[in-house]
Structure formats: structure tokens, C-alpha cells
Design a protein around this ligand. Structure first.
Ligand code: SF4
Length: 402
């Protein structure tokens, strides 16, 4: 089909197929792609509202056995720079989040062999006992698979136990590109093959959880493989309807084993726009200002995004790979309003909670994102010893006391 016929397909609410999407992604002018994506965004969100959430990205451990070659965040088991946050540290972070008007944690971490399923259940129960209304958007599919493997339990049972302890929703992390050729090259095939990632989401949706979906592009994949990723997500969404939103971000190469260069802002906008066109069964697309910065984040609102993501409060993963953008609620709201939209706070289900909180009450300005732990803090949480150690390094640490 010609570009003009594909434009008419989108305007006539027809579905793009793989060949048509590739034609548009490769050859349509960026302004045309943006205009089409904006038309689809306006069809789905005619009220010109752009949402955001106040929450905190907490990474409970950086110790990881998966060793993805694009990741600058993880430390191997036994590393002096490895950490596990204590329950009390996490509760304090929640108190700080609540003070800023936040209502959930995005909780993700490395695949730490010394944290069994019971550690997560105790943490989740502890959170819910102290903060009953607080929501846990936690554990991406590869973390769930890791827990299933070390517990020797099937994934549905792990999800049921986590939900029983307080899990509210699963973030779509660890998807990278859902094509096994790419996953093998990124050394993330064994943590979760494409089908395994999708099956965890099918299972979570079947258990009544809503989840997000993500894509990290800009490593070794082809344009066809990026689109294959989108079509696989669209197929699961046709089946379950369980995805709330899609978030794309570009690979951040600094301090990674893989190295390379970051994709441009224009490539980000084209990728976001084609995602809006292919993912016709997704309501929400987030702008990734944390990798792109505030201004490209703002431009995203003209390329199909209807959500500015999260105020975030804390960030460790993208920062480890060299990006360090920070926007507090005031900055996010300014970017939304200057782009001609009405900003509204939302929850994890994209239900509107209200107007910006800083217009209702005083909240402290947040000019830089917090980190998991202060530099040099190598403390070991006291409760860790309640759980059986699996790694030789952890067993040694318990014997020697450090
Ligand atoms: S991306 Fe996640 S799973 Fe992969 S090495 Fe980093 S922390 Fe581990």
C-alpha cells in the first residue's frame, strides 16, 4: 500500500498490518506520523486531558544474577556495591511519597537469589498493614519468573501468593524487545523468553490484575523487530484487554557492557507515533521524559502520548546508565499546560484523581531525584537473616558479619 492509502486506513479506523506499519515507520515524514498519532490520541482522549501519577520508583535490590548486557544498574552477587533495602527503609520511602501526594510505589529490582518469595510476601503485607490505601505496582514479568524458578512453583501460583500479600498491579518492565533473536544478543533470553514474558502478562490479566507494557529500543534490533514487539503486545491486548498503557524508552548506553550510542529524539518521537498507530487497542501512551528530557517529553504530547508518566521521586536504573532528568509535579504540570492540555492526577488504573496537588496544598519542591541509598551506606537489613541464604556470598556474609 502507498503511504496515502495507509493514512486513509488509519483515518478510516482500519487496522495496520505488519507491512503497512513498516512502510509508515520507515518512510512517512515525521510531521505526518505525528499528525496521524495525534489524531488517534484525540479520538481516544477528546477532552485534551493529560494525566500523570505521583509515585516513587524504588529498586529494592541491585543484586542480580541475570546480567543483561544493556544494564548499568545491576551488581553481581557478592559485589561490595550490592545492596538490599530493609523493610524499614522502604516504609520510610513510602511515608515520604505520601507526604508529596503519592499513592503507590513502582517496586522493581534485580534477581537476587537470597530473597525468596516469602521476603516479598512479608514486605507487601507489612506495607499494607501500615498503609492500607497505598498501592503496589510491583515486580515485572522476569522478576515473577525468577521467583517461580527459585520457589519451584508455577507462575500462576506465584502471582496468586503475591496478590494475596498485597500486589495490586504488574509493571511491564523487562520486555526490552519481545523477539528471541534480540533477547539472545542482549543476554536477557534466559531471564525471560518473549513468550514467557507475554504469558506472565496473560496470567496476571487472567488473575484480574491490570499491567503496563514497555519497549526498550535502540540496541541491536531491526525496525521489523520493533514492530513485531508492538504486534505481539496488540495480540495479547486483543485477548485480555489487561494492559492499561504502553511506555517506550530508548536504550541508555553509558556504563553498560553493550555500549553504543543513544537513539535520537526524532527516532523516539517516530517510535512513539507508530506505537500509537499500531496499538489501536491501548488507551494510554506515556511520554518518557526520564530518558528524553522535559522538552521531548512535552513534544511527545503531539506524537500520540496522553500521559506524562510519573513524578517518580526516586530513580536508580536510568541514572546508572547516564540519564539524570528530574521533573517534580510543578515542572510536569508546566510542560503539560504549555503544550495546551489540562493536567490531571491519576491512579494506576488511569482513573482521574483530581487537579495538581501543589494547587491544593503546600508540597516541598523536588529539584533532584532521590536514590535508593545514600553513597557509602552498605548496611545490611536486619530481617534478611530470617530468610534462608542461597548464594555462597550471602552465606559467607552471615558467617563473617559483612
Ligand atoms: S535489567 Fe534487570 S534483570 Fe537485567 S541485569 Fe539489570 S537488574 Fe538484572
Amino acid at each position: 500500500m502507498s503511504i496515502q492509502q495507509l493514512v486513509e486506513t488509519v483515518r478510516g479506523r482500519g487496522r495496520l498490518d505488519r507491512a503497512g506499519a513498516l512502510e509508515l515507520y520507515r518512510y512517512a515524514p515525521t510531521s505526518l506520523l505525528g499528525r496521524l498519532a495525534d489524531e488517534v490520541r484525540a479520538r481516544k482522549h477528546p477532552a485534551r486531558i493529560v494525566t500523570y501519577i505521583i509515585d516513587r520508583n524504588v529498586n529494592y535490590t541491585n543484586i542480580c544474577v541475570a546480567r543483561c548486557n544493556f544494564c548499568a544498574f545491576y551488581r553481581p552477587v557478592g559485589s561490595a556495591e550490592g545492596y538490599v533495602l530493609g523493610f524499614e527503609e522502604i516504609f520510610r520511602k513510602i511515608e515520604e511519597t505520601v507526604a508529596l501526594g503519592g499513592g503507590q510505589l513502582l517496586l522493581q529490582g534485580g534477581h537476587n537469589p537470597d530473597l525468596p518469595l516469602e521476603w516479598y510476601e512479608d514486605l507487601f503485607r507489612g506495607v499494607k498493614a501500615r498503609f492500607p490505601a497505598f498501592r503496589l505496582h510491583a515486580l515485572s514479568p522476569p522478576e515473577v519468573i525468577h521467583l517461580a524458578r527459585i520457589s519451584r512453583l508455577p507462575v500462576p501460583q506465584v502471582i496468586d501468593r503475591l496478590v494475596g500479600a498485597g500486589l495490586d498491579s504488574i509493571p511491564g518492565g523487562g520486555a526490552e524487545i519481545l523477539v528471541d533473536r534480540v533477547r539472545k544478543l542482549l543476554n536477557c533470553y534466559s531471564k525471560a523468553a518473549a513468550q514467557e514474558w507475554l504469558d506472565v502478562m496473560r496470567c496476571a490479566h487472567g488473575a484480574g490484575l491490570r499491567t503496563t507494557a514497555t519497549m526498550m529500543y535502540g540496541t541491536v534490533e531491526t525496525a521489523e523487530e520493533r514492530l513485531e514487539h508492538l504486534f505481539r503486545l496488540r495480540e495479547v491486548q486483543d485477548e485480555t484487554g489487561g494492559f492499561t498503557a504502553f511506555i517506550a524508552w530508548s536504550y541508555q548506553p553509558e556504563h553498560t557492557e553493550l555500549g553504543g550510542v543513544e537513539a535520537t529524539g526524532v527516532e523516539y518521537l517516530r517510535t512513539l507515533a507508530i506505537a500509537r498507530l499500531v496499538l489501536d487497542n491501548f488507551d494510554n501512551l506515556q511520554a518518557s521524559w526520564v530518558t528524553q528530557g522535559g522538552k521531548v517529553g512535552q513534544l511527545s504530547l503531539a506524537f500520540g502520548a496522553n500521559d506524562m508518566g510519573s513524578v517518580m521521586i526516586e530513580e536508580n536504573v536510568v541514572r546508572a546508565a547516564g540519564a539524570s532528568y528530574c521533573m517534580d509535579e510543578i515542572e510536569i504540570v508546566r510542560n503539560i499546560e504549555n503544550a495546551g492540555f489540562a493536567p490531571k492526577r491519576r491512579n494506576m488504573h488511569y482513573e482521574i484523581l483530581g487537579d495538581p496537588i501543589f494547587r491544593e496544598r503546600d508540597v516541598p519542591r523536588m529539584l533532584e531525584l532521590a536514590v535508593a541509598r545514600a553513597d557509602g551506606d552498605t548496611s545490611r537489613p536486619p530481617e534478611i537473616e530470617r530468610y534462608a541464604a542461597r548464594s555462597a556470598a550471602e552465606k559467607r556474609a552471615r558467617l563473617t558479619g559483612h
